[in-house]
Design a protein around this ligand. Structure first.
Ligand SMILES: *[C@@H]1O[C@H](CO)[C@@H](O)[C@H](O)[C@H]1NC(C)=O
Ligand SMILES: *[C@@H]1O[C@H](CO)[C@@H](O)[C@H](O)[C@H]1NC(C)=O
Ligand SMILES: *[C@@H]1O[C@H](CO)[C@@H](O)[C@H](O)[C@H]1NC(C)=O
Ligand SMILES: *[C@@H]1O[C@H](CO)[C@@H](O)[C@H](O)[C@H]1NC(C)=O
Ligand SMILES: *[C@@H]1O[C@H](CO)[C@@H](O)[C@H](O)[C@H]1NC(C)=O
Ligand SMILES: *[C@@H]1O[C@H](CO)[C@@H](O)[C@H](O)[C@H]1NC(C)=O
Length: 437
């Protein structure tokens, strides 16, 4: 009499912990979809939820599908403060949160979360899964400094975001809204805690956030554990840039002088190896400098900073080229991920100029493919031509314009008309797809 009951209980326990059909999981350093390997090429498009018509959203996903893209990374946030509201309303700007006091209000209307609903739903129609980030380290599109300004007030350093209890509660209230909205959807690939969390942002960092304090790691742990209580099945990742905190002083030679490379010395706040071992961080993310992810930050403000991150590479007197630096950076993350037994995604990368792209991307992409690290080739900045919106020339926000129907170009976007570069990724997508069976 006992035995059948016992087995019935076992079966129901197994059912309740097994991810539903269509959810991405991990096995060792690989992603899986419904028990099969899931290797892919992904795309970044922060501007997709900002589009005002469903037709343009549909056309973009259709183009992604035809390029073989399987994963889209976009913003799960778009926040403004009340002074921006009249402009947002008259220009059709997408916004989800409005700040006018220490408590933001939600916009779940047709110009708000319903646009994100449409993106998530349309992704599914084209067999694409979405990575959503909850906020931004930078001010672009309403980042974490809105929480700082409105809750903690002026005079605080950027890193106060990671420790102020009221800010954490407010961030978690937003996270709860988004996670609960899509937690049953197989169209979500993963949740991302923050785009490129660092000790500093537009505001400087303080003494609590320096190499060794592990402030970011503690925040990553707290937030990933929190999300796991809301959603047992979707993958969770940091959204970080993949900076290391190595004991050795790593760097390169320039003009006879050793230059310490801040990507390895913990200065930005991350500790990639430690984060990757957190229980509820399911895979690692990193971005490939030397030219970083300008597409996601306030372009006017950051363009010059990012471009000058490594002024020395590729110049006479330097022992490193951009191409070789990128290969080393990829190898370092793949090695770490293998050690941790988790997958890793190169979430953003790019060099400016068609010539540079043609010279460098084939080598980087081939390296990622050869590593057989599922999902390793990911997240090009996706460019779309032929958008119909408002005559195709609306200023979306900040410096991102749609010009003649082309999606915003941060210098890293790849459009279909740039066929030699485009083909590097469509070919890679076919290779990845062939490994996903
Ligand atoms: C409103 O948002 C803008 C853009 O992020 C920011 O510059 C401004 O300081 C904000 N205003 C307040 C009162 O927080
Ligand atoms: C923002 O707060 C001010 C002062 O309380 C108020 O006058 C204004 O109407 C509010 N704006 C919005 C959009 O809620
Ligand atoms: C440049 O020098 C650094 C520091 O000695 C070294 O680690 C790196 O491998 C060198 N780069 C190349 C391409 O030889
Ligand atoms: C390289 O070193 C030489 C000699 O010290 C110096 O004159 C020159 O300005 C340096 N070049 C750069 C780009 O720093
Ligand atoms: C190509 O790369 C070189 C070397 O890193 C850089 O100086 C140049 O500005 C880049 N070209 C374009 C068009 O961005
Ligand atoms: C492709 O389209 C983009 C966006 O409209 C444009 O800037 C570029 O000049 C076009 N041609 C090439 C070869 O990149």
């Amino acid at each position: 009499m006992l035995a059948p009951l016992f087995f019935a209980w076992l079966a129901s326990a197994a059912i309740s912990t097994k991810p539903p059909k269509g959810f991405v999981t991990t096995k060792g350093n690989q992603f899986q979809l419904d028990g099969k390997p899931f290797a892919f090429v992904g795309a970044n498009s922060y501007w997709l939820p900002l589009l005002t018509t469903k037709d343009d959203v549909d056309a973009t996903f259709k183009e992604m599908q035809s390029a073989g893209i399987k994963v889209l990374r976009t913003w799960g946030f778009n926040a403004i403060n009340a002074t921006e509201l009249p402009g947002a309303l008259s220009s059709g700007l997408t916004y989800y949160q409005v700040w006018n006091s220490s408590d933001w209000t939600l916009n779940d209307g047709p110009q708000g979360l319903q646009r994100l609903d449409n993106v998530v739903e349309t992704a599914g129609k084209y067999g694409i899964k979405v990575i959503l980030a909850f906020t931004n380290n930078w001010v672009g599109y309403g980042g974490m400094e809105l929480y700082l300004n409105w809750i903690a007030g002026a005079g605080n350093t950027h890193d106060v975001f990671y420790t102020n209890q009221k800010i954490i509660a407010s961030y978690q209230r937003y996270v709860t809204t988004i996670v609960n909205r899509y937690k049953n959807s197989p169209n979500i690939f993963a949740w991302e805690l923050m785009n490129e969390a660092r000790c500093l942002g537009d505001l400087p960092s303080g003494p609590a956030c320096v190499p060794g304090t592990e402030l970011l790691t503690k925040w990553y742990k707290q937030q990933s554990d929190f999300i796991r209580t809301l959603d047992p099945h979707h993958l969770i990742t940091t959204g970080g840039e993949g900076h290391f905190f190595k004991k050795e002083n790593i760097g390169f030679w320039f003009n006879g002088t050793f230059v310490s490379d801040y990507n390895f010395n913990g200065q930005a706040g991350e500790d990639f190896d430690l984060e990757l071992h957190l229980d509820n961080i399911d895979f690692g993310t990193y971005v490939s400098g030397p030219y970083v992810p300008i597409q996601f930050v306030l372009i006017k403000h950051y363009f010059s900073t990012c471009i000058s991150r490594y002024p020395q590479l590729d110049t006479p007197g330097s022992n490193f080229s951009v191409k070789d630096w990128g290969l080393m950076w990829m190898q370092d993350h793949i090695s770490s991920a293998n050690k941790a037994g988790k997958p890793v995604i190169l979430e953003e990368f790019g060099v400016t100029g068609l010539q540079n792209k043609s010279e460098i991307y084939p080598a980087w992409v081939q390296f990622a493919l050869d590593s057989k690290h599922a999902g390793c080739v990911d997240d090009i900045s996706f460019g779309m031509l032929g958008l119909k919106e408002s005559g195709g020339n609306r200023l979306i926000k900040y410096a991102d314009a749609l010009i003649n129907g082309a999606s915003p170009n941060d210098g890293l976007a790849i459009y279909k008309n740039q066929s030699s570069i485009w083909n590097v990724f469509t070919t890679a997508a076919k290779v990845q797809s062939a490994q996903s069976i």
